[in-house]
Design a protein. Structure first.
Length: 377
C-alpha cells in the first residue's frame, strides 16, 4: 500500500446541545407523571383492573447504568409530565433540517481541526440510528450546507454501530481510491425515539452529533490516527427494536404503540452482547498481530458502565482504569452511534506517537464494529 490508499482519521468534531437533564430532574418529572396516571386510574387500580405504576429512582439509574445526566435539544417538553417527548417543530423544506444542522456543526469542527476546507471533501456519510425522514438523504443536505459541490453523500443506519460501519466504509473508499477525504457524521436525536414514560428505559438516551474525517494519509495533517484494521459483525436479534416506519407509524405522544419507540430486553442484551464483542475484539487483535493488553486505550460504545467494565476486562486481562477505558456515559448517557466517538474525541489527545487504541461499537441488530487505530504525532 502507498500513502494515498492508507486510511487515517484526520480529526473529529463534536456538537453538544446546551441543555442537559440530571437524573434528579428526570425522576421528579417521571414520578409526577406516575402520580398523575395513578390518580386518573385510581378506580381501575382499586378494582384490580389496572396496575399501579411504580416510581423511578435516581439511585437505580446510576447503579444500573452509570448515567447521571443527558444532553437534550428540547428540555422543557420532555420534563413536562403532560407531554414527555421533545417538541422540535417541523421546519419548512427551505430551511435546513434539525438533524442536518447539528451534523453540520460537528462536521465544521472536524474540518477546522484538520485544517481542511469543505470543498476538499469527496463524500459525506450520515451514519446514525435515528434518521428524521426517508429522503432526500440527510447526508446530501449536509453536503449542500457545507458547500461540497463535487462529491456524493448517503445515509446509513446500523443503529448504535453506525459510526464504526461508516468508518470502515470510508476507509474502504480510501483503500480502493474512490475517495480521498470522507466525512462520517453521526447526528443522534435519541430523545425522539425514547419512550420517556417507560420506567425501564426512560433514563437511557441523550442527544448529540459527532463527525469523523477519514482521509488518505498523503493529504492528512501531520498529527493523525492511522486506521490499522477494521472489522464489522451483525447477528439478528429482536432484543433491541423500534418498529416505527411509514408503514406502521404513530404519534410520538401516543401512549399505546410502545413498540414504535425504542424497546429492549436490557438484561438479555447485556448477557449476549458482552461475550460477542469481547470475542470479536480478541479475534481481530489476533488477526492484526496486536496483543490486546498492548492497547493503550479503549473507546467503547457508551450504553452501560457495567458492560464496558466487563468487555474491557476480557480484552485487557485486568479491570480497566478510567484512563484505559474512559466513560462519557455519566454526562452524555447513551448517544447511540456517537458514544464511542465522543469518548475518542474527548480522551485521545494525550496519547503518544505509536500508541495503539480501539474504537468499538455495539448495539441493535445486533451489530458490532471495531476500528484499531495508531497515533501518529
Ligand atoms: N427505577 C427503579 N427501579 C427500576 C427502574 C427504575 N427506573 N427500572 C427498573 N427497575 C427495577 C425493575 O423493576 C427490577 O425490579 P425487580 O428486581 O423487583 O423485578 C429491577 O429494577 C432490575 O431491573 P432490570 O431491568 O433487570 O435492570 P438491569 O440491572 O438489567 O438494568 C439496564 C437495566 C437497561 C440499565 C441494563 O439492563 C442495560 O444497560 N442493559 C444493556 C442495554 C444496552 O446496552 N442496550 C443497548 C441500547 S443501544
Amino acid at each position: 500500500m502507498t500513502d494515498h490508499n492508507i486510511p487515517v482519521i484526520s480529526a473529529t468534531g463534536l456538537f453538544t446541545p446546551e441543555d442537559s437533564i440530571s437524573n434528579e430532574e428526570l425522576v421528579a418529572s417521571f414520578n409526577a407523571y406516575v402520580d398523575l396516571a395513578n390518580r386518573e386510574n385510581a378506580e381501575a387500580i382499586a378494582a384490580g383492573e389496572a396496575e399501579e405504576l411504580p416510581h423511578s429512582s435516581v439511585e437505580f439509574i446510576e447503579k444500573a447504568s452509570g448515567i447521571k445526566s443527558r444532553f437534550v435539544l428540547s428540555k422543557e417538553p420532555i420534563l413536562d409530565p403532560q407531554v414527555m417527548c421533545p417538541r422540535l417543530p417541523e421546519r419548512p423544506n427551505e430551511e435546513i433540517s434539525i438533524l442536518a444542522e447539528i451534523g453540520v456543526k460537528a462536521a465544521l469542527q472536524a474540518l477546522e481541526r484538520a485544517g481542511r476546507k469543505p470543498e476538499d471533501v469527496d463524500a459525506v456519510l450520515c451514519a446514525c440510528s435515528n434518521l428524521q425522514r426517508a429522503y432526500p438523504a440527510i447526508a446530501v443536505e449536509i453536503q449542500a450546507a457545507l458547500g461540497i459541490e463535487d462529491g456524493f453523500g448517503f445515509d446509513m443506519n446500523v443503529a448504535c454501530s453506525s459510526a464504526t460501519f461508516g468508518i470502515q466504509t470510508a476507509a474502504d473508499y480510501i483503500r480502493s481510491g474512490s475517495a480521498r477525504s470522507v466525512l462520517v457524521i453521526n447526528p443522534e436525536i435519541c430523545s425522539g425515539h425514547l419512550n420517556w414514560r417507560d420506567r425501564d428505559s426512560h433514563f437511557i438516551f441523550g442527544d448529540v452529533a459527532t463527525a469523523i474525517l477519514v482521509e488518505s494519509r498523503d493529504i492528512a495533517p501531520a498529527q493523525h490516527w492511522e486506521i490499522v484494521g477494521t472489522k464489522l459483525k451483525t447477528q439478528f436479534s429482536n432484543n433491541i427494536r423500534n418498529n416505527f416506519g411509514f408503514l406502521n407509524r404513530t404519534s410520538p405522544e401516543s401512549r399505546d404503540d410502545k413498540d414504535k419507540l425504542f424497546v429492549q430486553e436490557g438484561r438479555k442484551v447485556f448477557k449476549e452482547v458482552v461475550p460477542m464483542v469481547a470475542n470479536m475484539i480478541n479475534q481481530q487483535s489476533e488477526r492484526l498481530g496486536i496483543e490486546p493488553s498492548a492497547l493503550r486505550r479503549l473507546w467503547l460504545h457508551q450504553a452501560n458502565a457495567g458492560m464496558n467494565r466487563l468487555i474491557a476486562q476480557r480484552v485487557l486481562g485486568h479491570e480497566a482504569s478510567e484512563d484505559e477505558s474512559p466513560t462519557v456515559l455519566d454526562t452524555y448517557a447513551n448517544t447511540s452511534s456517537a458514544g464511542s466517538i465522543i469518548a475518542f474525541h474527548k480522551h485521545s489527545s494525550d496519547l503518544a506517537d505509536g500508541d495503539l487504541g480501539l474504537i468499538c461499537s455495539f448495539g441493535a441488530g445486533y451489530s458490532a464494529g471495531t476500528v484499531f487505530v495508531r497515533k501518529v504525532a
